[in-house]
Design a binder for this molecule. Structure first.
Ligand code: C5P
Length: 308
Protein backbone atom coordinates (compact mmCIF):
# COMPACT_ATOMS: atom_id res chain seq x y z
CA UNK A 1 0.00 0.00 0.00
CA UNK A 2 1.02 3.61 0.41
CA UNK A 3 4.68 4.39 0.94
CA UNK A 4 5.72 8.04 0.67
CA UNK A 5 6.54 7.80 -3.01
CA UNK A 6 4.07 5.28 -4.28
CA UNK A 7 0.40 4.62 -3.75
CA UNK A 8 -2.19 2.13 -4.86
CA UNK A 9 -5.86 3.05 -5.27
CA UNK A 10 -9.10 1.33 -6.27
CA UNK A 11 -10.77 3.14 -9.15
CA UNK A 12 -14.48 2.27 -9.00
CA UNK A 13 -17.06 2.20 -11.80
CA UNK A 14 -20.55 3.72 -11.78
CA UNK A 15 -23.98 3.05 -13.18
CA UNK A 16 -26.60 5.71 -13.84
CA UNK A 17 -29.95 4.93 -12.20
CA UNK A 18 -31.47 7.95 -13.91
CA UNK A 19 -30.29 9.94 -16.90
CA UNK A 20 -32.33 12.50 -18.75
CA UNK A 21 -31.15 14.97 -21.33
CA UNK A 22 -32.86 18.27 -20.58
CA UNK A 23 -31.49 20.27 -23.51
CA UNK A 24 -28.47 21.64 -25.38
CA UNK A 25 -26.04 23.99 -23.63
CA UNK A 26 -24.33 27.00 -25.18
CA UNK A 27 -20.97 25.16 -24.80
CA UNK A 28 -22.23 22.39 -27.11
CA UNK A 29 -22.67 19.88 -24.29
CA UNK A 30 -26.04 18.66 -23.04
CA UNK A 31 -27.83 19.67 -19.89
CA UNK A 32 -28.33 16.49 -17.85
CA UNK A 33 -30.14 15.28 -14.80
CA UNK A 34 -28.64 12.06 -13.59
CA UNK A 35 -28.39 9.82 -10.54
CA UNK A 36 -25.00 8.16 -10.17
CA UNK A 37 -24.29 5.04 -8.14
CA UNK A 38 -20.73 3.96 -7.39
CA UNK A 39 -20.24 0.20 -7.77
CA UNK A 40 -17.69 -2.34 -6.63
CA UNK A 41 -16.25 -3.18 -10.08
CA UNK A 42 -12.88 -1.45 -10.13
CA UNK A 43 -9.53 -0.89 -11.78
CA UNK A 44 -6.36 -0.56 -9.74
CA UNK A 45 -4.27 2.57 -10.15
CA UNK A 46 -0.71 2.68 -8.88
CA UNK A 47 0.98 6.06 -8.76
CA UNK A 48 4.73 6.33 -8.31
CA UNK A 49 6.75 9.50 -8.04
CA UNK A 50 9.57 9.59 -10.58
CA UNK A 51 12.53 11.94 -10.63
CA UNK A 52 12.24 12.95 -14.29
CA UNK A 53 9.67 15.66 -15.00
CA UNK A 54 7.27 13.56 -17.10
CA UNK A 55 4.04 11.58 -17.01
CA UNK A 56 4.34 7.91 -17.86
CA UNK A 57 1.36 5.59 -18.29
CA UNK A 58 1.48 1.80 -18.33
CA UNK A 59 -1.43 -0.59 -18.51
CA UNK A 60 -2.16 -4.30 -18.70
CA UNK A 61 -4.48 -3.72 -21.70
CA UNK A 62 -4.02 -2.33 -25.17
CA UNK A 63 -7.61 -1.10 -25.14
CA UNK A 64 -6.60 2.22 -23.59
CA UNK A 65 -3.98 4.64 -24.93
CA UNK A 66 -0.82 5.06 -22.86
CA UNK A 67 -0.18 8.61 -24.07
CA UNK A 68 -1.41 12.19 -23.66
CA UNK A 69 -4.86 11.27 -24.99
CA UNK A 70 -5.60 9.19 -21.89
CA UNK A 71 -7.78 11.16 -19.44
CA UNK A 72 -5.58 9.93 -16.57
CA UNK A 73 -2.59 11.56 -18.32
CA UNK A 74 -4.58 14.80 -18.71
CA UNK A 75 -5.48 14.69 -15.00
CA UNK A 76 -1.80 14.36 -14.04
CA UNK A 77 -0.85 17.15 -16.44
CA UNK A 78 -3.56 19.42 -15.00
CA UNK A 79 -2.26 18.87 -11.46
CA UNK A 80 1.34 19.43 -12.51
CA UNK A 81 0.56 22.64 -14.39
CA UNK A 82 -1.90 24.06 -11.85
CA UNK A 83 0.37 23.54 -8.83
CA UNK A 84 3.81 23.75 -10.46
CA UNK A 85 4.73 20.18 -9.55
CA UNK A 86 8.17 19.62 -11.04
CA UNK A 87 8.43 15.93 -10.24
CA UNK A 88 7.04 13.30 -12.58
CA UNK A 89 4.59 10.47 -12.03
CA UNK A 90 4.19 6.95 -13.32
CA UNK A 91 0.56 5.83 -13.59
CA UNK A 92 -0.02 2.09 -13.80
CA UNK A 93 -3.57 1.07 -14.69
CA UNK A 94 -4.79 -2.48 -14.14
CA UNK A 95 -8.00 -2.52 -16.19
CA UNK A 96 -11.03 -4.45 -15.02
CA UNK A 97 -13.77 -1.96 -15.93
CA UNK A 98 -14.86 -2.53 -19.55
CA UNK A 99 -13.63 0.27 -21.81
CA UNK A 100 -16.28 2.37 -23.58
CA UNK A 101 -19.09 0.62 -21.72
CA UNK A 102 -20.88 3.56 -20.07
CA UNK A 103 -19.43 2.61 -16.68
CA UNK A 104 -17.18 5.66 -16.27
CA UNK A 105 -13.86 3.80 -16.18
CA UNK A 106 -11.77 6.53 -17.84
CA UNK A 107 -13.34 9.25 -15.68
CA UNK A 108 -12.80 7.20 -12.55
CA UNK A 109 -9.11 6.66 -13.41
CA UNK A 110 -8.72 10.42 -13.91
CA UNK A 111 -10.39 11.10 -10.56
CA UNK A 112 -8.00 8.67 -8.85
CA UNK A 113 -5.04 10.46 -10.41
CA UNK A 114 -6.30 13.83 -9.08
CA UNK A 115 -6.87 12.56 -5.52
CA UNK A 116 -3.80 10.32 -5.63
CA UNK A 117 -1.38 13.04 -6.80
CA UNK A 118 -2.85 15.33 -4.16
CA UNK A 119 -1.73 12.80 -1.55
CA UNK A 120 1.49 11.70 -3.24
CA UNK A 121 2.84 15.25 -3.56
CA UNK A 122 1.28 16.54 -0.31
CA UNK A 123 -0.60 19.31 -2.11
CA UNK A 124 -3.28 19.63 0.58
CA UNK A 125 -6.10 20.33 -1.88
CA UNK A 126 -9.61 20.17 -0.45
CA UNK A 127 -12.56 18.44 -2.10
CA UNK A 128 -13.98 21.64 -3.72
CA UNK A 129 -10.68 22.28 -5.55
CA UNK A 130 -10.52 18.66 -6.70
CA UNK A 131 -14.14 18.83 -7.92
CA UNK A 132 -13.32 22.00 -9.86
CA UNK A 133 -10.31 20.32 -11.51
CA UNK A 134 -12.43 17.23 -12.20
CA UNK A 135 -15.02 19.28 -14.05
CA UNK A 136 -12.33 20.62 -16.37
CA UNK A 137 -11.55 17.05 -17.42
CA UNK A 138 -14.94 15.49 -18.12
CA UNK A 139 -18.56 15.17 -17.11
CA UNK A 140 -18.33 12.16 -14.78
CA UNK A 141 -14.99 12.86 -13.10
CA UNK A 142 -16.46 15.05 -10.32
CA UNK A 143 -18.70 12.21 -9.13
CA UNK A 144 -15.70 9.94 -8.59
CA UNK A 145 -13.74 12.67 -6.83
CA UNK A 146 -16.71 13.41 -4.56
CA UNK A 147 -16.29 10.11 -2.72
CA UNK A 148 -20.07 9.64 -2.62
CA UNK A 149 -21.88 6.33 -3.14
CA UNK A 150 -24.86 8.06 -4.72
CA UNK A 151 -25.16 11.59 -6.10
CA UNK A 152 -27.48 13.61 -8.29
CA UNK A 153 -25.67 15.35 -11.16
CA UNK A 154 -26.93 18.37 -13.06
CA UNK A 155 -25.42 20.63 -15.73
CA UNK A 156 -22.93 18.63 -17.75
CA UNK A 157 -23.24 16.00 -15.03
CA UNK A 158 -20.61 17.41 -12.67
CA UNK A 159 -22.79 19.81 -10.72
CA UNK A 160 -23.34 17.43 -7.81
CA UNK A 161 -25.68 17.11 -4.88
CA UNK A 162 -25.56 14.33 -2.29
CA UNK A 163 -28.48 11.94 -2.18
CA UNK A 164 -28.52 11.07 1.58
CA UNK A 165 -29.02 7.37 1.17
CA UNK A 166 -28.52 5.40 4.42
CA UNK A 167 -25.20 3.55 4.46
CA UNK A 168 -26.91 0.16 4.86
CA UNK A 169 -28.67 0.52 1.48
CA UNK A 170 -26.74 -1.68 -0.91
CA UNK A 171 -27.96 -2.70 -4.33
CA UNK A 172 -26.79 -5.81 -6.16
CA UNK A 173 -26.50 -5.77 -9.92
CA UNK A 174 -25.56 -8.00 -12.78
CA UNK A 175 -23.92 -6.14 -15.66
CA UNK A 176 -24.00 -7.37 -19.24
CA UNK A 177 -21.30 -5.87 -21.43
CA UNK A 178 -21.43 -6.46 -25.20
CA UNK A 179 -18.07 -7.06 -26.91
CA UNK A 180 -18.33 -3.79 -28.85
CA UNK A 181 -18.01 -0.37 -27.29
CA UNK A 182 -19.80 2.89 -28.03
CA UNK A 183 -18.39 6.41 -28.23
CA UNK A 184 -20.36 8.81 -26.01
CA UNK A 185 -19.98 11.70 -28.42
CA UNK A 186 -21.63 9.63 -31.19
CA UNK A 187 -24.59 8.80 -28.97
CA UNK A 188 -25.27 12.47 -28.22
CA UNK A 189 -24.97 13.31 -31.93
CA UNK A 190 -27.50 10.58 -32.76
CA UNK A 191 -29.73 11.80 -29.95
CA UNK A 192 -29.63 15.34 -31.39
CA UNK A 193 -30.59 14.05 -34.82
CA UNK A 194 -33.54 12.18 -33.26
CA UNK A 195 -34.63 15.31 -31.37
CA UNK A 196 -34.41 17.34 -34.57
CA UNK A 197 -36.72 14.85 -36.33
CA UNK A 198 -39.07 15.09 -33.35
CA UNK A 199 -39.22 18.88 -33.76
CA UNK A 200 -40.13 18.58 -37.43
CA UNK A 201 -42.88 16.16 -36.49
CA UNK A 202 -41.40 13.03 -38.07
CA UNK A 203 -40.80 11.23 -34.84
CA UNK A 204 -42.60 12.81 -31.92
CA UNK A 205 -40.90 12.16 -28.59
CA UNK A 206 -41.99 13.26 -25.17
CA UNK A 207 -39.91 15.94 -23.48
CA UNK A 208 -40.23 16.22 -19.75
CA UNK A 209 -39.79 19.51 -17.96
CA UNK A 210 -36.94 19.86 -15.47
CA UNK A 211 -39.51 20.03 -12.65
CA UNK A 212 -41.08 16.76 -13.71
CA UNK A 213 -37.64 15.20 -13.97
CA UNK A 214 -36.61 16.41 -10.53
CA UNK A 215 -39.81 14.91 -9.14
CA UNK A 216 -38.95 11.59 -10.79
CA UNK A 217 -35.48 11.61 -9.26
CA UNK A 218 -36.92 12.44 -5.83
CA UNK A 219 -39.36 9.53 -6.10
CA UNK A 220 -36.50 7.26 -7.20
CA UNK A 221 -34.45 8.40 -4.20
CA UNK A 222 -37.32 7.73 -1.80
CA UNK A 223 -37.67 4.15 -3.11
CA UNK A 224 -33.92 3.74 -2.84
CA UNK A 225 -33.92 4.94 0.80
CA UNK A 226 -36.67 2.45 1.61
CA UNK A 227 -35.11 -0.35 -0.45
CA UNK A 228 -38.33 -0.84 -2.47
CA UNK A 229 -36.87 -2.69 -5.39
CA UNK A 230 -39.87 -3.27 -7.64
CA UNK A 231 -40.93 0.38 -7.42
CA UNK A 232 -37.31 1.38 -7.96
CA UNK A 233 -37.10 -0.69 -11.13
CA UNK A 234 -40.12 1.11 -12.55
CA UNK A 235 -38.52 4.53 -11.99
CA UNK A 236 -34.99 3.79 -13.25
CA UNK A 237 -34.71 5.63 -16.54
CA UNK A 238 -32.21 6.38 -19.27
CA UNK A 239 -33.19 8.83 -21.99
CA UNK A 240 -30.35 7.64 -24.24
CA UNK A 241 -31.31 3.97 -24.29
CA UNK A 242 -33.88 4.35 -27.09
CA UNK A 243 -31.34 6.17 -29.28
CA UNK A 244 -28.68 3.54 -28.53
CA UNK A 245 -30.94 0.57 -29.16
CA UNK A 246 -32.25 2.06 -32.41
CA UNK A 247 -28.76 2.75 -33.70
CA UNK A 248 -26.74 -0.21 -32.39
CA UNK A 249 -28.59 -3.45 -33.04
CA UNK A 250 -26.16 -5.45 -30.88
CA UNK A 251 -27.63 -3.67 -27.85
CA UNK A 252 -31.28 -4.35 -28.71
CA UNK A 253 -30.33 -7.95 -29.54
CA UNK A 254 -28.70 -8.31 -26.12
CA UNK A 255 -31.86 -6.92 -24.49
CA UNK A 256 -33.90 -9.53 -26.37
CA UNK A 257 -31.56 -12.29 -25.14
CA UNK A 258 -31.90 -11.06 -21.56
CA UNK A 259 -35.64 -11.02 -21.91
CA UNK A 260 -35.51 -14.69 -22.97
CA UNK A 261 -33.69 -15.38 -19.68
CA UNK A 262 -36.78 -13.98 -17.95
CA UNK A 263 -35.15 -10.68 -16.96
CA UNK A 264 -37.88 -8.07 -17.05
CA UNK A 265 -36.31 -4.86 -15.78
CA UNK A 266 -33.19 -4.32 -17.85
CA UNK A 267 -31.55 -0.87 -17.73
CA UNK A 268 -28.72 0.84 -19.61
CA UNK A 269 -25.88 2.70 -17.94
CA UNK A 270 -24.72 6.09 -19.25
CA UNK A 271 -24.40 6.18 -23.03
CA UNK A 272 -24.22 2.38 -23.08
CA UNK A 273 -23.83 -0.23 -24.23
CA UNK A 274 -23.72 -1.89 -20.79
CA UNK A 275 -27.10 -3.23 -19.69
CA UNK A 276 -27.81 -4.15 -16.08
CA UNK A 277 -30.40 -5.56 -13.74
CA UNK A 278 -30.88 -4.83 -10.05
CA UNK A 279 -31.23 -7.89 -7.83
CA UNK A 280 -32.87 -8.19 -4.42
CA UNK A 281 -29.82 -9.77 -2.80
CA UNK A 282 -26.42 -11.26 -3.48
CA UNK A 283 -27.78 -14.80 -3.77
CA UNK A 284 -30.22 -13.86 -6.52
CA UNK A 285 -27.55 -11.78 -8.28
CA UNK A 286 -25.23 -14.80 -8.22
CA UNK A 287 -27.97 -16.97 -9.78
CA UNK A 288 -28.58 -14.45 -12.58
CA UNK A 289 -24.82 -14.15 -13.09
CA UNK A 290 -24.32 -17.94 -13.31
CA UNK A 291 -27.20 -18.39 -15.73
CA UNK A 292 -26.15 -15.49 -17.96
CA UNK A 293 -22.56 -16.75 -18.02
CA UNK A 294 -23.73 -20.19 -19.06
CA UNK A 295 -26.24 -19.06 -21.70
CA UNK A 296 -24.76 -15.81 -23.07
CA UNK A 297 -21.02 -16.54 -22.88
CA UNK A 298 -20.57 -15.74 -26.58
CA UNK A 299 -22.70 -12.57 -26.51
CA UNK A 300 -21.48 -10.50 -23.58
CA UNK A 301 -19.24 -10.33 -20.56
CA UNK A 302 -21.08 -10.63 -17.26
CA UNK A 303 -20.18 -9.02 -13.91
CA UNK A 304 -21.79 -9.26 -10.49
CA UNK A 305 -21.41 -6.01 -8.51
CA UNK A 306 -22.88 -4.05 -5.63
CA UNK A 307 -23.08 -0.47 -4.39
CA UNK A 308 -19.78 0.55 -2.88
O1 C5P B 1 -17.38 14.89 -20.70
P1 C5P B 1 -17.09 13.61 -21.39
O2 C5P B 1 -15.72 13.58 -21.98
O3 C5P B 1 -17.41 12.40 -20.59
O4 C5P B 1 -18.11 13.59 -22.61
C1 C5P B 1 -17.89 12.85 -23.79
C2 C5P B 1 -18.75 13.45 -24.90
O5 C5P B 1 -20.14 13.28 -24.60
C3 C5P B 1 -18.59 14.95 -25.08
O6 C5P B 1 -17.56 15.23 -25.99
C4 C5P B 1 -19.94 15.37 -25.62
O7 C5P B 1 -20.00 15.15 -27.01
C5 C5P B 1 -20.91 14.40 -24.96
N1 C5P B 1 -21.55 14.97 -23.76
C6 C5P B 1 -22.53 15.95 -23.91
N2 C5P B 1 -23.12 16.49 -22.80
C7 C5P B 1 -22.79 16.05 -21.57
C8 C5P B 1 -21.82 15.06 -21.40
C9 C5P B 1 -21.21 14.53 -22.51
O8 C5P B 1 -22.85 16.36 -25.02
N3 C5P B 1 -23.40 16.59 -20.51
Amino acid sequence: MASTHSLSLSSYAKVNLYLDVIGRRPDGYHELLTLFERISLCDTIRLTEISSDEIVIASDTREIPCDATNLAWKAADLIKRSFSVKKGVKIEILKRIPVGGGLGGGSSNAACVLSGMNRLFGLGLGRPVLVDLANRLGSDVAFFVSGRRFAVGRGRGGDLKGASIPSDVRLWHVLFVPPRNIITKDVYALFDRGSQRAKTGQNPKKTLTLTKNSENVNILLSYLRRGELSSLNRKIYNRLSETVEESYSFVSELRADLSKLGLKWVHMSGSGPTLFVICKDQKYAQRVYDEARARLFNKCRVFCTSTL
